[in-house]
Ligand binder design. Structure first.
Ligand code: FCB
Length: 468
């Protein structure tokens, strides 16, 4: 049934982000970002299920000290060990690595002076990747806003788009000769919707007006970076990375089918549609007072002024849900229990959901190029080294999701790449080091690295380019 050969130009590899992988959080001139700031100040107290975690002793309350395991001060020690990591990627046979640049390393004051040490680090990483025949896929922003900008209002400051454009310019000028795949923002749905309206992500606000404004300025920042990139004629492509669950109707009835549309609109299309078509999803503005009443003034004029379509969409896909219509929530929808279970897994995988979401994007956005920029498996209670290195669940996870990749390609979806999250066990914002997604096991005390079974398996696929 399978036995599918990946197309010649298909990119297959792994992903990670600066604040989750690098460590060295105050080295060589780097300033503090909001993820570090909130982890330090609140020791994860903000995370969902906080009471339970406190009771189980999984996190401590109060301000934390250096070396606390809720701090992103180690990541997977990528800053110190990047060469070894990239050599492992080369041995794996992968031809892409998705990384992000830390704004705080490159411009520690957020705006203004460039830190040569920051540029030097990413030059070394990019050069090493290229020397190993690995395409760098580079995110400008993966959740690590400089605290100094946050203190000036961050995303809510009307200057934000200009700050971001200036930062993007530094990156394009420094690395654009070698980096040909760029993305502006990672999962704005999380950093903005969860961060400003949902109250469960830094900066933990619960104000829809603030979230819509912060999101609006983020979109303008995205447009400005895309515009600038295109004007520089560097010969690469630029997109953004958005996320969604695979959303299905709870019951086969019209109300729930409509709830699915609302949910896709609210999480994924809210960002993707303006990025590709220059408009917000009209249905939400028309039908949902919680959205309509909180929209920024003159939003369409702003979009019209700055809009420029991006080249591709990055999709982060992890889970699926069933959604129903309800008068009890502000959006008028709610997810009910998943229809698929997988005991012991924190993010319940549902591989066909990858097919459904990518197909949704393909149909809605007229065959746009898609990269799966994240997809990954975390196992609970698997911190013990012996157990973790035998990770048959992750092997199945990768195989089943890659089978969906093959189906998508066979169906004519313009799927250009797949990046497993993540390359090595790193810092997971709401769970510290306890949640492990990596293909490489990392000892977060010593930095020791060991390939898990899943990395060997992934390597066979990368080398043979066959999915069986
Ligand atoms: C995604 C994030 C990534 C990582 C995975 C598990 O939402 O983009 O940084 O935390 O989830």
């Amino acid at each position: 049934m399978y036995g599918f050969r990946l197309p010649e130009d298909f990119l297959i590899g792994t992903a990670n982000s600066a604040f989750q992988s690098e460590g060295a959080i105050d080295r060589d001139g780097k300033s503090e970002n909001i993820m570090e700031y909130y982890a330090r100040m609140y020791a994860g107290k903000y995370s969902p299920g906080i009471e339970k975690k406190l009771k189980e002793g999984r996190i401590k309350s109060g301000r934390v000290e250096p070396n606390d395991t809720t701090l992103p001060d180690r990541g997977c020690f990528f800053y110190d060990n990047y060469e070894a990591y990239i050599e492992d990627m080369a041995k794996t046979g992968q031809n892409v690595y998705r990384l992000s640049i830390s704004w705080c390393r490159v411009i520690p004051t957020g705006v203004g002076e460039v830190n040569p040490k920051g540029i030097e680090f990413y030059n070394k990483v990019i050069n090493k990747l290229i020397a190993c025949n690995i395409t760098p896929f580079v995110d400008l922003y993966h959740w690590d806003l400089p605290v100094c900008l946050h203190e000036k209002g961050g995303f809510e400051n009307p200057e934000f788009p200009a700050w971001f454009e200036a930062y993007a310019k530094v990156c394009f000028e420094a690395f654009g000769d070698r980096v040909k795949l760029w993305s502006t923002f990672n999962e704005t749905h999380i950093s903005i919707n969860a961060g400003y309206a949902g109250g469960n992500f830094p900066p933990f606000a619960t104000d829809k007006k603030r979230s819509l404004l912060a999101g609006h300025y983020t979109l303008l920042a995205h447009y400005r970076a895309v515009r600038l990139y295109k004007s520089m004629n560097l010969g690469g492509k630029i997109g953004a990375v958005n996320c969604t669950s695979a959303i299905h109707p709870a019951w086969m009835k019209e109300d729930d089918i409509e709830a699915v549309e609302i949910q896709y609109n609210a999480t994924f299309d809210w960002w993707t549609q303006p990025m590709l078509e220059g408009t917000y999803p009209q249905k939400l503005i028309r039908d949902i007072p919680y959205v309509r009443d909180n929209m920024p003034e003159n939003y369409q004029e702003d979009l019209d002024k700055w809009f420029i379509p991006m080249d591709f969409i990055g999709l982060n896909y992890y889970v699926a849900n069933r959604t129903e219509k309800t008068p009890e929530t502000k959006m008028g929808t709610r997810a009910v229990e998943p229809f698929f279970s997988s005991p012991g897994q924190q993010f319940i995988p549902y591989p066909p959901g990858l097919f459904d979401t990518a197909m949704y994007i393909h149909e809605k956005y007229h065959g746009i190029d898609i990269y799966i920029t994240e997809n990954g498996c975390a196992l609970r209670n698997q911190n013990d080294m012996e157990k973790e290195i035998e990770d048959p669940e992750r092997v199945s996870y990768i195989r089943e999701h890659l089978r969906m990749v093959c189906r998508l390609i066979k169906c004519g979806v313009n799927l250009k790449g797949y990046m497993y999250w993540n390359d090595a066990d790193s810092y997971e914002e709401l769970d510290g080091y306890r949640l492990r997604f990596g293909l490489t096991w990392v000892n977060h005390e010593t930095g020791e690295r060991v390939w898990k079974k899943s990395r060997h398996y992934f390597s066979e696929i990368c080398k043979s380019r066959m999915v069986n």
